[in-house]
Structures are given as structure tokens and as C-alpha cells.
Ligand binder design. Sequence first.
Ligand code: FE2
Length: 306
Amino acid sequence: MDLTKTQYFINSSRSISNIGDSFSNIDRPTSGPRRLDGKRLAVLADFHDRDPGPVLDVLRDDIPDAVMIPGDIVWGFFPQGEKYLLDRCRNAIAFLQGCCEIAPTYMSVGNHEALLCSDEYDRLRAIGVTVLDNEYTELRFRDDPSPGKVFAGGLTSAHTLSYNHFRDEYNRANGADGYARYPYRRKPKDLEAFPTSSAWLDDFEQADGYRILLSHHPEYWCLREPMLIDKKIDLVLSGHAHGGQWRIKGQGILAPGQGLLPKYTGGVYQGQYGSMIVSRGLNNPYWFVPRWGNPCEIVYIQLRDS
Ligand SMILES: [Fe+2]
């Protein structure tokens, strides 16, 4: 599968330049990430248990200061017995181990992480991944553990919250002996309408520094709550849309949560306060639906104090 690298510069006036195939400038009115000149973030969205080799090769050739993963490291639609999902998605573990060897690694929770259980999150943390499950923390670089106020948050997919709620209810109903990691549930029609949990964003908006939010779903930008476009968040990093699967002249054709001719499938989108960068992702959720005009993508972001 083709893999391209798209690079963006973000300078201290919060303008963003894309030095990939297409070029865009976004003017931002306020001051930006001081003391961060040259720091680089790799954004790796929608890994979906693919072969990690080509992705890790890019990271080793061009080592970032931090790896940002806005969800969907696994492929996890339906339960298949009680075997741990991470034991079925072994590429995801190899991928995260590789990322953590290269740079501090932060991830948020996508819709495909719905089937992961707490044991599996413990495994991810043991590898060294900072899992941001509706929470935020100060982002720390390896060579500068106190870089001066960059905060990373992770907004959990409503799909995953919905399944977790169902699993809790199921296990409560079946008692302690009936615990099931992956109780079977058909996807309800209204799953996308289940709200995410965003009250913590009020605190995140007050964090004194440059605020980066990993939000798997680009729909949360301005198509559904929590409407990130109105939040005081400097940079939102998203995936999920897989570039619209097929692209014609930069227009994606179909994306989950957005339907036909989706608007938020790849590139930079400007808000009142900050911006959102959507990655086209590293893989497809369905092997039998190929991409067209839409290579997989690693995004690099370089922070500059201009
Ligand atoms: Fe995905």
C-alpha cells in the first residue's frame, strides 16, 4: 500500500504551512508554542493492525520528538470469543513498541478500540504508551522533559464509550462469575448518536500552554458535539475518515460519520481559535475496499518559534 509523508509547519503565530503536495496558509491571531522551535510530531492515524515495517522505517529515517496516535491502532469490529483482541492484533503491539523506542508516544481511543478491555490498556501502558482516555497530560519530549507547556489530550470515541457502557451493564446483569471481555452486541443504528464525554475539555481549555487534542473523529470538529471548532484548543489531530476512501481532485467520496462527499477527510481546517489537521490514515478497516487516488499517509508537524 502506498505511503506518503505530509509535513506541516506551525509557527508561533499559529499559522500552518503544508509543505506536502498541496500548500495552504492559515493565519492565526494569537501567540504560539514558544520554546518549541524545531520540535516535530509524527501523527499516525488508523494503523488498523497493518504491517508496521514501512511506518517504523519512516520514523527511524526521520525521528520525531513525539508520536501522536489519534486512535484505531487495532481492527476490532466484532468479538471473536474471549481471546484478547491484542493477541489477535499482534502488529499493533509491535507497532507501539517500535514507536516507543523511537519517541514518547501518545494515543487516544478510537472506535475500533471499543473491544479493548482494561487489561489490554495496562499492556499498552506497560509498553510505554501514554493512553489518553478522555484526559490530558503535559507532553514531554525525551531530550527535554520539561519543554514548557505543551499539553496533549485525548477525546475518546463515543462508539467506544457506548460499547463500554453496554459491557458494564451486561456484566452487572450476569454477576461477577459472568464477566465477559467481549459480550456480543450488534451495532445499534443510533450508535453514532451516543455522546462522547467532553466535560473534561473545560479544564483542558484552561491549561496554560499549547494545547493539542487527539480526537479520532473529525466529525467532532463541527458536525456533532463537542464542536471542537469553538474550543480554545490550538491543534486538533484526527483520522477516522481514511481520506474519504476514494479521492477525486482532493475530494473524498465516502467517510464514516460524514457520509457521501465528506468535508473533513484530509488536510487543515481552520477554527475560531485553533486548527484541525486530519490524516488520511495508515490503513483501511476493510481489506476488500481498496483506496483510490488516496495513498496512506504519515503526517509530520514541526513547531516553530518564528
Ligand atoms: Fe479507522
